[in-house]
Design a protein around this ligand. Sequence first.
Ligand code: HEM
Ligand code: HEM
Length: 281
Amino acid sequence: MDLIALNIWLDNIFVVLYMLVLLFLVVHFVAGILKGRFRMKFLEHKWPEHDHSVPVLPKTLHATHMTSMVILGATGMYIRFPYFYGGRTTMRYIHYTFMIIVCVILVWRIWYAFYSKARDWREFAVTRKDLNSALGVLAYYGYFSNKKPHVAKYNVMQKLSYQLFLVMMVLMAITGFSLVTKDFIFGYSPRDLIVGWWLGAMVGSVDLAGWYARILHYILNWGFIIMTTVHVYLSATEDVPCTLDFFGIKKMEIKGGHGHDEEAHEPARPEPPSPEPVLGS
Ligand code: HEM
Ligand code: HEM
């Protein structure tokens, strides 16, 4: 298959896939109404109890990261499908600016997670307890059960998707820099240095290697669009007080009082027996 046909296939496949994802989320939302979860949360305000709040720095990094990703997505899509006339140079410069910002934020977040005083990488590590809770978490999201296991600050699906976000971000940066063809590094371009010398040798030309990197960058772009849509849907439906707190809009009430230090992966206290369906956080 030639590259043009491959690119057209990718456009079609991802548009259809995205529609299916949206449809799935609509069905999931309607099921939430039918199962009474919507009423319980949005009308009776029975949200999960919270035993942690995220510190200010990761919140700020996330907000900057989120804004940069939205801008990168919009400008990247414009580079591929110029959806209004005359913005090519500007949109490229915006993409180039935010790609630097997002990389700085990424490095900063990784530093915070592993090397800062408040390092929180353990909150994202999948433990045996998390794995044991996976079926329960899936059953909760699939409406087979109203009880969500609470074994850590983030549930196993959150942890896995945050880890996937990280891997995708790194791949996005590598494939993205492989598209820069200006030779400003001792006469070489980032494309020469990242893919040119090995992939270029394998496929026959540096240009072609750049095209493969572009295709991967584009596939990842859709990966982000899909994952971020699901992430936003869950943020908007699962635990709104937590989301409002996370964006600094309204402080949520912290009950139970345990923080999220390294070992604190147990719920603050045993959940009281309740006649209502119980929602873990
Ligand atoms: C992480 C750092 C990133 C870097 C270094 C980067 C770099 C680049 C570069 C150099 C281009 C080519 C621009 C041109 O042709 O002049 C590009 C295109 C593009 N970028 Fe990025 N980018 C990054 C992140 C993102 C993100 C997060 C998204 C989407 C969520 C994205 C979506 C796109 C798309 C859709 C294109 C057009 C691809 C095509 O023409 O097929 N980029 N990017
Ligand atoms: C576009 C709108 C977005 C919204 C509304 C949103 C919302 C949220 C919320 C509410 C949380 C807190 C979850 C909790 O504490 O229980 C969160 C955490 C997180 N989100 Fe997002 N998010 C967005 C975009 C993104 C994007 C684009 C990425 C990655 C590429 C991302 C990655 C993460 C990660 C890694 C966390 C874990 C907490 C942390 O970073 O400190 N989010 N998000």
